[in-house]
Design a protein around this ligand. Structure first.
Ligand code: AKG
Length: 275
């Protein structure tokens, strides 16, 4: 059976812009299943924590390191995901899963994310190679300007890592460098539909505004690393454990549903690193 493959044009766009959007990466049946499971998942609720933005608005997320055979894990480990990130990341060592996050930006209260590069966080975990790390955001609900969709600065991954300080409970990129980047680089609002995917480089500058709409914005973000990129200051082990790929069909075929307690969750109280 034909399987999903990123085209050379999509790979070139990612290299040029630091991101690429793939429409309909998931079918309607797949994203409906994910939505149903995510919104009723007791483990997601139990392990969710709030992060304050600079204005004190809260944004909720649940983060785990070990991808299981639940709906999210089967997607994270699916052939289309693993082969795609393998094409996009630098290097040729095995593809590993650093962590996944279910972002739950609730209506009216879902807070902002300050400008940052994911590597602005991950550098502190002492990963050495930003090109061997990336994220994939899957829209579970529609993302648009009204509900605080992701914004990216096109091509900003070429700047390399820029200085980050603390911003509320988050880490924020130096506003001076963000302002300089915006003098010549385009700010893009990533308005996407359920089932669309955004692949983005760990040095791409991005942020999102608060969700002031009356609809939730939910997404799943899975972050990947190569086994050659050893983190010298990161207690979780997953980022250097090669992933075992599963067929794309597994997500729809599986009877396993929500997150298991063995997923190795990040608990905000006891862990400082948020990503
Ligand atoms: O989902 C969002 O609004 C922002 C998430 C984000 O920036 C991140 O996880 O790095």
């Amino acid at each position: 059976m034909a399987h999903f493959e990123l085209t050379p044009t999509q790979v070139a766009a990612y290299n040029r812009d630091g991101y690429v959007i793939v429409k309909n990466f998931l079918t309607t049946a797949e994203v409906d299943k994910l939505y149903r499971i995510a919104t009723g998942d007791e483990a997601v609720k139990k392990h969710a924590f709030d992060l304050n933005d600079q204005t004190g608005k809260k944004t909720k997320l649940t983060l785990w390191y070990t991808p299981g055979n639940d709906a999210y894990g089967l997607l994270t480990k699916s052939r289309r995901m693993v082969e795609s990130v393998d094409k996009l990341m630098e290097g040729d060592a095995a593809v590993c899963h650093f962590h996944s996050k279910l972002m739950q930006k609730e209506p009216k209260v879902g807070g902002a994310w300050e400008w940052h590069q994911d590597y602005g966080y991950w550098y502190k975990n002492e990963f050495l190679y930003p090109g061997q790390m990336m994220s994939v955001m899957i829209a579970i609900t529609e993302a648009n300007k009204q509900n605080g969709c992701l914004q990216v600065i096109k091509g900003s991954h070429y700047m390399g890592r820029i200085e980050h300080g603390f911003a509320g409970e988050q880490v924020g990129a130096s506003q001076h460098y963000v302002d300089l980047a915006l003098k010549t680089m385009e700010l893009v609002y990533v308005e996407i539909q359920p089932g669309d995917a955004l692949f983005f480089h760990s040095n791409l500058l991005h942020r999102s505004e608060a969700n002031l709409s009356d609809k939730p914005r939910w997404s799943l973000i899975s972050c990947y690393n190569r086994s050659s990129n050893i983190p010298y200051n990161e207690p979780s082990q997953s980022s250097t454990v090669p992933l075992t790929m599963v067929p794309d069909e597994a997500l729809l075929e599986a009877t396993t549903e929500g997150l298991q307690e063995t997923s190795n969750f990040l608990e905000k109280e006891k862990d400082e690193a948020l990503k």
